[in-house]
Design a binder for this molecule. Structure first.
Ligand SMILES: Cc1cc2nc3c(=O)[nH]c(=O)nc-3n(C[C@H](O)[C@H](O)[C@H](O)COP(=O)(O)O)c2cc1C
Length: 193
């Protein structure tokens, strides 16, 4: 049994992304995992200010929801980043959330090549929805996930689920007309099998 924390980086309240997350959660729970979802719609997290107070032993100067999420990040075995595709990358809410990882970094006296600091060891996964479904639709978002979260922070990738062709936001969510909800259920169910 693993502790899985899903960060939902916005999207409509009952939209494609929320439905994708719901299916993933049902699959992961069916396999016996404990899953918690934190929505960045209800937990406002601002981007990093770059003040570096955290590098001098002080807590983050920003008093927003991130501070209440830190203990959940620490307790999680796996962080699942879920976002709609906005202008070909993750939402600004998700980007702001990831920037705040700066304050949970620890000094690393001998960092591996390309790293400056130490982060907690976690698994991670990416769930995304989009209107379009070209071969390049998710390229920037997946590249950001790979560079920032896997290559740099050092999380261990458990997989990526890209749900293209869900319709744009000028209409009802259409993900229920696609195979993506079943795919997300299976992805959650088999995350650790
Ligand atoms: C501000 C904004 C930007 C978007 N940018 C893109 C985009 O670059 N490519 C794309 O395929 N869809 C884009 N979309 C469509 C959404 O990614 C898509 O409808 C998504 O499934 C919406 O998620 P939701 O139903 O959870 O709100 C955009 C939608 C909005 C509101």
């Amino acid at each position: 049994m693993k502790n899985i924390l899903v960060i939902q980086g916005g999207g409509r309240v009952r939209g494609n992304t929320a439905q994708l997350v719901g299916s993933f959660v049902r699959g992961a729970e069916e396999s016996g995992h404990a899953v918690e979802v934190v929505s960045l719609l209800t937990h406002e997290v601002k981007g990093c200010l770059g003040c570096n107070a955290c590098r001098y032993g002080k807590p983050c100067v920003q008093k927003d929801a991130f501070n209440s999420i830190v203990s959940r990040i620490e307790a999680a075995d796996c962080l699942v980043f879920a976002s709609p595709l906005y202008f070909w990358t993750v939402s600004s809410r998700m980007k702001a959330f990831i920037e705040r990882f700066y304050c949970i970094a620890r000094e690393d006296p001998a960092p591996p090549l390309g790293r400056y600091e130490k982060y907690p060891q976690k698994d991670c996964a990416l769930l995304m929805t989009a209107a379009d479904n070209y071969f390049w639709t998710f390229e920037q978002a997946v590249s950001y996930y790979q560079f920032a979260l896997v290559n740099y922070i050092g999380f261990h990738d458990r997989g990526v689920l890209l749900a293209g062709g869900c319709g744009d936001t000028d209409g009802k969510p259409q993900i229920d007309r696609t195979p993506h909800l079943q795919r997300a259920f299976e992805f959650g169910r088999q995350l650790y099998s």
